[in-house]
Ligand binder design. Structure first.
Ligand code: PXL
Length: 277
């Protein structure tokens, strides 16, 4: 079987382990070919760093898509994340229209913020556009902050417990047509993980693991990359969510042991072996 291809539309942040510096190694370890479409090049991610550089790649993206189209490329998945400008919303929608085939899994990680705050480079128009883009997805992977933005409700009105998370994934499912994997779902203070709604089966479930105390950068990107890889490998949404939750716990445990500055992201590289089948 040819190695499945994933078009990964994210920023490349040179330092801090997020976006493409996570998606490429994770998808490769999972046996998939990652084809990056960089939305921006930053020296670091935008959280807890000042003075980062930001090279907007908006004009390059349609040219990349046009060239790939002449090559007749197909993708088993189109996986988008952090976007660099409002115009990129339409560019990614066009990309999906051009390269989508019957078997393509479209994963939109609606990266916009965390802990109730919107990331520094995101405007209200970009957040509204993200909801539009997310309507094209088979699967979305918001955290609670992004769920509030997609639902257009204040963050503090959402609750991370089981009943609260089930209500959120059902509301975000577009009447059951779209799968939703909500991160940061927590049944009790000692547990954390995700709640999913699976559009294929119409079922929802909470997947939990023990909570590693602390707060970690880039875990949303690691989570969505493992989930995408598992779905492309043919695993069920339940199994894919379990793999992503377990891998994040391993990453968090190792990062705490290393006592790394939080802004350096999770120390996932020595753990990639756990993703290889
Ligand atoms: O981890 C999400 C993310 C992706 N890309 C950039 C970011 C962040 C979060 O801060 O700054 C550039």
């Amino acid at each position: 079987m040819p190695t499945p291809r994933v078009a990964a539309i994210h920023d490349m942040s040179g330092f801090g382990r997020c976006s493409l510096t996570v998606a490429i190694p994770v998808l490769s370890a999972m046996g998939l070919q990652c084809c990056p479409v960089p939305t921006a090049f930053l020296s670091t991610h935008t959280g807890e760093f000042e003075g980062f550089t930001f090279l907007d790649m908006t004009d390059e993206m349609p040219a990349i898509a046009a060239h790939w189209n002449t090559l007749g490329l197909h993708f088993q998945s189109i996986y988008s994340g952090f976007l660099g400008s409002e115009r990129q919303i339409h560019i990614v929608e066009d990309f999906i229209r051009t390269f989508h085939r019957k078997d393509t899994i479209v994963v939109v990680d609606p990266v916009m913020g965390d802990h109730g705050a919107v990331y520094k480079t995101y405007t209200p128009a970009m957040c509204a556009g993200m909801a539009h883009l997310a309507a094209q997805a088979d699967v979305i992977t918001p955290n609670l902050t992004e769920a509030a933005l997609l639902l257009n409700v204040p963050y503090h009105t959402l609750s991370a417990d089981e009943a609260g998370c089930r209500a959120i994934v059902e509301r975000l499912s577009l009447d059951g047509r779209r799968s939703v994997v909500l991160t940061g779902a927590s049944a009790s203070p000692e547990l954390t993980g995700a709640m999913y709604f699976d559009a294929k089966s119409g079922s929802s479930a909470m997947i939990q693991t023990s909570r590693v105390p602390g707060w970690f950068f880039g875990t949303g990107d690691v989570f969505a990359s493992v989930l995408t890889g598992a779905l492309v490998r043919g695993d069920s949404l339940d199994d894919a969510t379990r793999q992503a939750v377990d891998f994040i716990r391993l990453c968090a445990e190792r990062t705490v042991e290393q006592n790394l500055p939080l802004r350096e992201g999770v120390d996932f590289e020595p753990l990639l072996k756990h993703l290889i089948r």
